[in-house]
Design a binder for this molecule. Structure first.
Ligand code: XMP
Length: 557
């Protein structure tokens, strides 16, 4: 237990722990609430709204109407979801929400739910629509509804939208009958009500997914919702985020001491610099080398943040490799591995805190997708990110400060640039907290760590070279080597080998929620294969991971 700090914080659902969002809530800011009905694009909706400079938060559909009103949102978006509104077991909401005087946009399932709650009829559609679908915006003015490329629909939602747009559809049900007070504002060949609205009550609905890139002018439609209908002014900007967060952190931390978990990755680096700006030398950055870092990474991080580096920080490097290897020995289960690494991290920090004495706050670089993907909302748990779900039940700090907890990755990068962090750090490819622990399938040994470090260094070097030479059309956002648990027979020289297979993975992704395998020229891959097998002892096979996300994830574990 910390000197003088006795509070133990419970963390079984994330909610009990005393997480601090940005040091301050954004209640005073304009906010759109994205009410999550279990669809796959829910985070994306929030990101797209924020790209319109309006702050958005995702909340589960179980959030009460009173709580929503308390948050005073400028608007609400009902997300999509996999269910049918007429199934009594499906997620629903009190119909009073439609009378709360808050503008609402329903998307896909959210559109059907709005129709259902308002007394319309939703049925299984005679023809399901999946993928790109031509959608016709219905001009209200029958005479000359189309002017040039712009629809003259009187709908505020479709202002400056072309009369025909390609939209992304994914539905088996549809709105069969409009509720009273609504009229249809768009249709497709198979869906007579592809959009509807009740202007008087500020209720709008679209059957398609405007948040998805494949929906033409989707971003414009969302912008119309937040500006034309919710009357937002657009006060969400990174410059003001940095300013207000620094201010809020100062207020919260006062004269207290903060320990920041610094990994050298983008998120924790931005969090550290933000905190340093707020509280200067009250901050100590602890960098734990858990022995699962990339090759030479420990020294690189020390070079930037250590005493010889770019910042005036208290910096402590803890070489804890052996301790982590011992804890992980023989463990093969991916989630257990994540939890062990997460827990050990915290223990190391607690010990460092004791040494420093009277540390009240633990700071982490958790970002919004970590929070959502760790299942703190209502979506299914995919993985326990070590910096959220991987925390042990009891954490021996008064409070956890996560200044980036509500930011998406691209927003973190913008904040980093605002803070003057060098571009090469800000645009580094992400590296997961549990490090190579989630890139080594099955148990972790020192030898496997060496193999994956060496193979990864070669692969990154060759990819960076190929990118510089312009050989890769769409350079990957994340690329690395991982180690499979497969051993197979090979022949090297005149000898039989029975060695490991390395997996190479490179993905293009804009949000890390979905990803596609990057097209790498064959000669580049071949060179990587040759070098890895020749230079890395213990490897006799190299595999190329073609899997997209979904169905795969970016990391192997
Ligand atoms: P997945 O594997 O879930 O990864 O598709 C999505 C992105 O998140 C990174 N990742 C993590 N980041 N702590 C982190 O800070 C973690 O535990 C963690 N696990 C995955 C991953 O590298 C990718 O960029």
């Amino acid at each position: 237990m910390n000197d003088g700090v006795t509070a133990k914080l419970k963390n079984d659902a994330g909610d009990h722990i005393n997480h601090s969002y940005n040091g301050a809530r954004f209640m005073e800011k304009e906010m759109i609430i994205v009410l999550d009905f279990g669809g796959q694009y829910n985070q994306l909706i929030a990101r797209r709204v924020r790209e319109c400079n309006v702050y958005a938060e995702v909340h589960p559909y179980t959030m009460s109407l009173d709580k929503i009103k308390e948050m005073n949102p400028k608007g609400i978006i009902f997300t999509g979801g996999p269910n049918s509104v007429y199934d009594p077991a499906s997620p629903t909401y009190t119909k009073e929400i439609l009378e709360a005087g808050i503008p609402i946009l329903g998307i896909c399932y959210g559109a059907q739910l709005m129709a259902f709650l308002a007394g319309g009829q939703v049925k299984t559609a005679p023809v399901s629509e999946y993928g790109r679908t031509e959608t016709f915006i219905d001009a209200i003015d029958e005479e000359d509804g189309v002017l040039g490329q712009v629809s003259l629909s009187s709908s505020l939602l479709f202002e400056n939208i072309k009369p025909t747009i390609n939209t992304w559809m994914s539905h088996t049900d549809y709105i069969a009958e409009l509720p009273e007070g609504f009229h249809a504002t768009a249709h497709t060949n198979d869906c007579p009500i592809a959009a509807m609205e009740n202007e008087e009550k500020n209720l709008y609905a679209v059957q398609f997914h405007p948040e998805v890139m494949h929906s033409e002018q989707g971003q414009d439609i969302l912008r119309n919702f937040v500006y034309n209908i919710c009357k937002c002014a657009g006060d969400w900007q990174m410059a003001s985020f940095v300013e207000t967060t620094v201010e809020a952190l100062r207020k919260k931390i006062g004269k207290g001491k903060v320990l920041c978990a610094l990994s050298g990755g983008v998120d924790s680096s931005v969090a550290a610099v933000l905190l340093a700006k707020a509280v200067g030398k009250q901050l100590t950055c602890v960098f734990v080398d858990h022995g699962l870092l990339r090759k030479d990474e420990g020294d690189e991080v020390e070079a930037v943040f250590g005493p010889e580096g770019n910042y005036d920080l208290n910096f402590i490097r803890v070489n804890a490799q052996e301790r982590f290897y011992l804890k992980l020995a023989g463990e093969t289960d991916p989630e257990r591995k994540r939890k062990i690494i997460g827990e050990e991290f915290i223990r190391v920090f607690e010990e460092e805190a004791k040494k420093i004495g009277a540390v009240d706050f633990l700071a982490q670089g958790t970002i919004y997708p970590d929070v959502i993907e760790s299942g703190l909302g209502k979506s299914a748990v995919i993985k326990s990110h070590h910096n959220v779900g991987g925390l042990p039940d009891y954490v021996d700090f008064k409070e956890i400060v996560e200044p980036l907890r509500m930011l998406f990755k691209d927003e973190v990068r913008k904040a980093g640039l605002e803070l003057g962090i060098p571009e090469y750090l800000v645009f580094r490819q992400p590296f997961p907290g549990p490090g190579l622990g989630v890139r080594i399938v099955d148990d972790i040994t020192i030898d496997k760590v060496r193999i994956v470090q060496d193979a990864d260094a070669i692969f990154r070097e060759e990819i960076d070279k190929a990118v510089k030479e312009g050989k890769i059309k769409n350079p990957p956002n994340q690329y690395f080597a991982a180690l499979s648990n497969m051993r197979s027979v090979g022949v090297m020289g005149d000898f039989r080998t029975y060695d490991y297979a390395v997996v190479l993975r490179a993905v293009c992704t804009s949000d890390f929620m979905t990803a596609d395998c990057t097209e790498i020229p064959f000669d580049v891959l071949q060179k990587c294969m040759n070098r890895i097998i020749n230079e890395v002892k213990g490897v006799n096979r190299v595999m190329w991971d073609l899997t997209s996300k979904p169905p795969g994830t970016i990391e192997l574990l």
